[in-house]
Design a protein around this ligand. Structure first.
Ligand SMILES: Cc1cc2nc3c(=O)[nH]c(=O)nc-3n(C[C@H](O)[C@H](O)[C@H](O)COP(=O)(O)OP(=O)(O)OC[C@H]3O[C@@H](n4cnc5c(N)ncnc54)[C@H](O)[C@@H]3O)c2cc1C
Length: 384
């Protein structure tokens, strides 16, 4: 059987494509190597309010809401950011992804879990995929394939697509600890080089605790847990997972008959490492371009190049600016970060930030901080 669409990867990006393409009347087959959609995802599950307003997402997956954020400097100073409304939700990723799968299934998509695609071959007439299903290799064919394999870049390499410029290394754990009632972020290059740590409360002492770092995530996570235990008492860790996070713009995200979406295409916020919303946004663009292709019966690289153009127009500058700022930040010593922290606390900068704060869009805020506030002068002195 020749499917219209094969989606490789049943995360939010692939599932949203499957939902919208099935809704448009195409026959869609989704592969995921896990035994259950959304299971064991290494993710804190923080999804901004804008994503919930824009997409049909599972309200049942919401575990907690985030309004306030405490940011702690390398030497222990505190900024308490209080947002006037809900900024984001913390979701249960298994339920969140399962709902997207349910939407796709309800529109007629077929789903194969425990089915790992091991190779993909593109010819003039079709895309051929070989999947391993309970030890047996099976061949499937489609007119178009959507690559949505998260941080598995095997097919990017196979199809000569681009790769992320860089990676951060992420850790997320489910843990129980006393006394954390607000999402708390620690910054400092001796605690999480190049990035930050987080603890976000769920309920009854349960929290998601994790970090992103340029290197040695296990070492830094252990150090962070010790620090938290010293201040808050015993930290009971139920499960912990490690995973890279794509950073920077991916040069090429489509080719003949294939479009890459989500983290596979580097569609991740370079400031925070969050990838769910950008993946959903870009999957919408992928769907639009694929449907155009079906109207014209044209699936070659030049027909799909519009996808590359449109998604980069939407989030390309966000990714580039965030990546540049992160690189600048990772060069700072803890003492310089402390100074930056004190600049941010003074000069009315917190209300400046509050007015411009958008959970999913950081470029405008970063640029205006650099261009119009003492933070810009601080960085220009360091660069000199
Ligand atoms: C520690 C950590 C914390 C994070 N916290 C957040 C957060 O709070 N908020 C946020 O927005 N983002 C967060 N992220 C990032 C987020 O998890 C990803 O950006 C997001 O899941 C990407 O979605 P996706 O659909 O592109 O890929 P994924 O959700 O990774 O889905 C890819 C799917 O492809 C499947 N797959 C891969 N290869 C194959 C194959 N060969 N055959 C079949 N199936 C395959 C996988 O099983 C997987 O289900 C975090 C990441 C880390 C590491």
């Amino acid at each position: 059987m020749l499917y219209d669409i094969i989606v490789i990867g049943g995360g939010p990006s692939g599932l949203n494509c499957a939902h919208k393409l099935s809704q448009a009347g195409l026959n869609v087959l989704v592969f995921d190597k896990c035994s259950k959609i959304g299971e064991n995802k290494i993710c804190t599950g923080i999804v901004g309010i804008e994503a919930f307003q824009r997409f049909q997402l599972s309200k049942d997956s919401i575990l907690n809401e985030i309004r306030n954020i405490r940011i702690i400097s390398p030497y222990g100073s505190l900024i308490e950011y209080k947002h006037p409304s809900i900024l984001a939700y913390v979701v249960d990723r298994e339920k969140f992804d399962a709902y997207l799968a349910h939407l796709a299934l309800s529109k007629g998509a077929q789903m194969k879990s425990k089915s790992e695609v091991i190779t993909i071959d593109v010819s003039e007439e079709q895309v051929k995929v070989i999947a391993r299903e309970q030890g047996v290799l099976r061949v499937y064919c489609a007119k178009v394939a959507v690559l949505a394999t998260g941080v598995n870049f095997k097919f990017n390499k196979m199809l000569k697509l681009g790769l992320p410029e860089d990676f951060l290394y992420g850790v997320n754990a489910h843990a129980n600890i006393k006394g954390i009632d607000t999402t708390t972020i620690h910054i400092g290059n001796s605690l999480a080089p190049g990035a930050f740590t987080w603890i976000t409360p769920i309920k009854d002492g349960w929290v998601r605790i994790g970090l992103m770092a340029k290197k040695h995530p296990r070492f830094y996570f252990k150090k962070f847990c010790e620090m938290v235990s010293n201040s808050n008492g015993p930290l009971d860790i139920a499960s912990v997972g490690y995973k890279p996070i794509a950073q920077g713009l991916v040069s090429k995200t489509c080719t003949d008959r294939v479009i890459a979406v989500g983290e596979t295409a580097g569609q991740v916020k370079t400031t925070t490492g969050g990838g769910i919303y950008y993946g959903l946004l870009c999957s919408e663009i992928a769907v639009q371009v694929i449907l155009k292709g079906f109207k014209k019966n044209s699936f070659n690289a030049s027909a799909f190049s519009e996808y590359e153009e449109l998604w980069k127009k939407k989030i390309g500058n966000e990714i580039k600016t965030g990546y540049y700022m992160r690189k600048m930040y990772s060069k700072l010593t803890d003492w310089q970060i402390e100074q930056l922290f004190h600049i941010a606390k003074s000069n009315g900068l917190l209300s400046f930030i509050e007015k411009r704060m958008e959970f999913d869009w950081h470029r405008n805020l970063l640029l205006s901080l650099i261009q119009t506030t003492p933070i810009g002068r601080f960085f220009s002195k360091i660069i000199q």
